[in-house]
Ligand binder design. Structure first.
Ligand code: HAM
Length: 416
């Protein structure tokens, strides 16, 4: 038997029904907020991600699936969606046509992380980006869109954490404060963090190694290093979130794993997920478009992990399987009629199913139950002799007989 690649997973039908609910809910919300869908390739030139996400990140240092193709070009499976979406925006000059762009994309991402609960090497994201406005009101709008997706999906026990990671002017000051602080504890840091000290000390705050977490607890806070305009921006984001009734906590130690963020950063977290507690995350990026060859415009967006969101949803209830009709054919002579009827019901817009092997009524009722049939249409000797079918309501157990040639009209009439 050939097995799955480590860290990759199948989404089986009992689970994919939840996914369908999540994706449908997300699309409803994103439509309400004026987003339109963009679909970009799952593979891009490696350089795009290196430039976009930043060299000194875990993703670029160790997690990308990169290979040299037969033409000698380095390509990578996308570890996230933002860089690819922005590449398309720049390449197709989309901002020229629409100065405020709201785009979303849903699909698989790939990171060669160590697999654990809620952490996979292929995972799916709902990803949204707004480009062309740097006002704090847009930040609040984007955060409220992420929150509205969670509400529409029915996810419980989630918390919104927000922070400001500063801008190109004040971040170097903060970086220096961090270096001054961590220089006193170099021996206690893990080897990755000793390297991060030079390359990107903010990443030390995101390390999960217990000693580093302990040392990081007393590190200076980014919010104490923000310049006046970043402070004002962050205050305005918070005031607008309050106006919108979005519950949030300011989490001054939250840094994001990608380098492109400036000012607002946020995460939606769930404590049940342990170390991989973020169900979603995002933030503002004021230089990324320019770095990818585009106009000097800013953006903000988020990614929500579908696996992690699905893990927080209950299995029962609205995700359980159901069909409108199960056609129980109890006699071989009724098979043609059952086949035709199943097709007529489907054509009329109902979900309907049957089994071609004729078995007892008892075993067919079991099948109907398994499929979650709301009604069962029975075709037996007696029904055939009378040119009718018997319809059984599976919940109330009520049964009615209906002439075959009136069936579809009658069913549609019942619905009207
Ligand atoms: P991210 O925080 O790296 O952000 O990922 C967003 C979400 O994707 C996470 O909160 C998590 O739910 C899910 N995720 C990430 N890695 C894994 C994994 N290995 N297994 C399962 N789920 C995972 C980004 O990707 C940014 N591009 C978001 C963004 C868009 N920022 C601005 N625009």
């Amino acid at each position: 038997m050939i097995k799955l690649i480590k860290g990759f997973h199948d989404i089986l039908p009992d689970e994919s029904i939840k996914w369908r609910h999540i994706i449908k809910s997300a699309k409803i919300v994103l439509d309400r907020f004026g987003f339109r869908e963009i679909i970009t390739p799952v593979m891009e030139k490696t350089e795009l991600f290196v430039r976009g996400i930043g060299q000194a990140t875990d993703i670029i240092e160790k997690e990308m699936y990169t290979f040299e193709d037969k033409g000698g070009e380095y390509l990578s499976l996308r570890p996230e969606a933002t860089a690819g979406v922005l590449r398309a925006v720049v390449e197709q000059s989309l901002l020229r046509r629409e100065p405020l762009l709201k785009l979303y994309t849903i699909g698989p991402m790939f990171r060669r992380e160590r697999p654990s609960k809620g952490r996979f090497r292929q995972f799916f994201q709902i990803n949204a980006e707004v480009l062309g406005d740097d006002s704090p009101y847009i930040d609040a709008e984007v955060i409220s869109a992420a929150y509205a997706i969670m509400t529409e999906v029915g996810a419980l026990g989630l918390m919104m954490e927000i922070n400001s990671v500063g801008c190109a002017e004040c971040r170097p000051v903060y970086r220096q404060h961090l270096r001054n602080y961590f220089s006193k504890y170099m021996d206690g840091l893990c080897s990755d963090c000793q390297r991060r000290y030079t390359t990107n000390p903010l990443r030390i705050l995101d390390c999960k190694v217990p000693d580093c977490v302990q040392i990081g607890k007393k590190a200076p806070l980014v919010t104490d290093s923000l310049d006046e305009s970043c402070k004002d921006h962050f205050n305005e984001v918070q005031e607008t979130l309050e106006l919108l009734n979005i519950p949030f906590n300011v989490e001054p130690r939250m840094v994001r794993g990608l380098e492109y963020y400036t000012r607002t950063a946020f995460e939606i977290v769930h404590d049940d997920l342990g170390k991989s507690k973020a169900v979603g995350g995002g933030g503002r990026y004021d230089r990324l478009l320019r770095e990818l060859g585009g106009p000097d415009q800013s953006g903000i967006g988020f990614g929500i992990g579908i696996e992690r969101l699905a893990m927080g949803l209950p299995d029962e209830g609205r995700y359980s399987r159901s069909i409108d009709y199960y056609i129980a054919c109890i006699t071989d002579s009724g098979r043609d009629l059952a086949i035709k009827l199943t097709n007529d019901l489907r054509t009329a817009g109902y979900s309907a199913d049957m089994r071609y092997t004729t078995t007892s009524l008892k075993s067919q009722m079991k099948t109907a139950d398994k499929l979650g049939a709301i009604k069962v249409i029975m075709i037996g000797e007696e029904e055939l002799a009378n040119c009718e079918v018997t319809i059984r309501d599976m919940e109330s157990k009520e049964q009615v007989s209906v002439p075959i040639d009136e069936l579809i009209n009658r069913l549609q009439g019942d619905e009207a």
